[in-house]
Design a protein around this ligand. Structure first.
Ligand code: MRU
Length: 365
């Protein structure tokens, strides 16, 4: 997708040296567009941990490239296993991380150490290209939902989204936002309600940035506004991304998603999830009990960062000194509250039967 007319992906290999990995520093957006160079395993692990890159599919792609960087330093089997484990432990909830590393190890383990670096770059590039293509397909399948609403309503379609599940969270296109971009390309009249998504403000900072750069009409709202807007008929559809979907259709996503799903259910607003198949964890069935929820630093709750009136970037405290704060970063929306899943293979019910209808090869698993 584009920033000020320049096409970007959220991760790529530097064309000049042919091996270092470039990312957009998402901790600096929307204040400045800073490109970072990852040269080592430590750089890649730090980028994921510190959320310079974030979003489930992007975390997976950067981890894949991170393993390629690690192999440049030491391609032996023991180092490779150790470095993959280190990358896998950078963030716990998004299953795309484990998925990408398992896929890399599956390709690399049988190879001789001296053949591993080239193979790792090639496999990481395949993971990145496939993610971009899968997200574009999610866009096509999801845009049909928006087109249907537009045809029925004969007016502007209001879409609500939470967190950032746009191109910044994937390699390109996004998951929840891909249908928005595709529908926008089709000239469907639409508008996006963007949840600010405290504590890290991925909605206010990243989703608003992306949509703005693309010219998509949008309005940032406080996280608590969604239910009110739904009660007053101002939300036609909710589309969010996810960090892990169980084989039964439970959905882990950014904290606050569950409350939006409850409000949508109560108001008969369709609640859809965009996801590539790399986000499905076929090994778990009960999302609330089995999906690990990342607990992040309380500082993210007690402080907020923004641009001060003098133009400087400032972090200020918003909670009295001495008050405790807790920061669970994700929650799980049970499948019964989800209208359906939009995958690269099409749409399905949020259930085991629904998922297996699109991924029949998983029946035996
Ligand atoms: O903590 P983050 O910013 O990595 O969380 C991101 C989300 O929750 C996204 O909604 C999810 O990863 C889907 S990304 C296409």
């Amino acid at each position: 997708m584009k920033i000020d007319g320049t096409p970007y992906r959220s991760v790529w290999v530097d064309q000049q040296d042919g091996w270092s990995v470039r990312i957009l520093d998402q901790t600096r957006l929307p204040w400045s567009v800073d490109l970072l160079r990852l040269a080592t395993l430590a750089d890649a692990a730090h980028a994921i941990r510190s959320m310079q890159v974030r979003g489930a599919p992007l975390i997976g792609a950067v981890a894949a490239y991170g393993l390629a960087l690690a192999l440049r330093a030491d391609p032996t089997s023991s180092a490779m296993e150790r470095d993959a484990t280190l990358l896998n432990e950078t963030r716990p909830t998004a299953v795309n991380l484990r998925w990408a590393l398992d896929r890399m190890l599956g390709v690399l383990r049988p190879l001789k150490p001296q053949d591993r670096v080239a193979a790792a770059y090639a496999e990481a590039a395949r993971i990145a290209d496939e993610d971009a293509a899968q997200c574009e397909a999610i866009g096509t399948h999801g845009a049909e939902l928006i087109a249907d609403i537009a045809a029925r309503k004969q007016g502007r379609v209001n879409i609500l989204t939470h967190c950032n599940a746009g191109w910044l969270a994937t390699v390109d296109w996004g998951t929840a936002l891909a249908p928005v971009y595709k529908a926008f390309e089709q000239k469907i009249d639409l508008h996006v309600w963007v949840d600010e998504t405290r504590p890290r403000n991925q909605g206010a900072f990243l989703t608003a940035f992306e949509l703005g750069k693309h010219g998509v009409p949008h309005t940032v709202i406080a996280d608590n506004a969604g239910g009110h807007l739904m009660q007053h008929g101002q939300v036609d559809i909710v589309i969010v991304g996810t960090d892990r979907v169980t084989r039964t259709g439970d959905v882990a996503n950014k904290i606050g998603t569950y409350l939006k799903a409850l409000a949508a259910f109560d108001n008969n607003v369709p609640f859809w999830i965009g996801l590539p198949s790399s986000t499905i964890d076929w090994t778990v069935s009960d999302g609330v009990r089995e999906i690990p929820i990342e607990e992040r630093s309380a500082t993210e709750v007690t402080t907020i960062t923004g641009r001060a009136l003098d133009g400087s970037i400032a972090t200020v405290r918003v909670v009295p000194t001495g008050s405790a704060a807790a920061n669970p970063a994700f929650d799980v929306t049970p499948a019964r509250l989800v209208t359906g899943l939009i995958t690269e293979r099409g749409r399905c019910a949020a259930s085991e039967a629904g998922l297996l209808s699109l991924f029949p090869e998983r029946k035996a698993a």
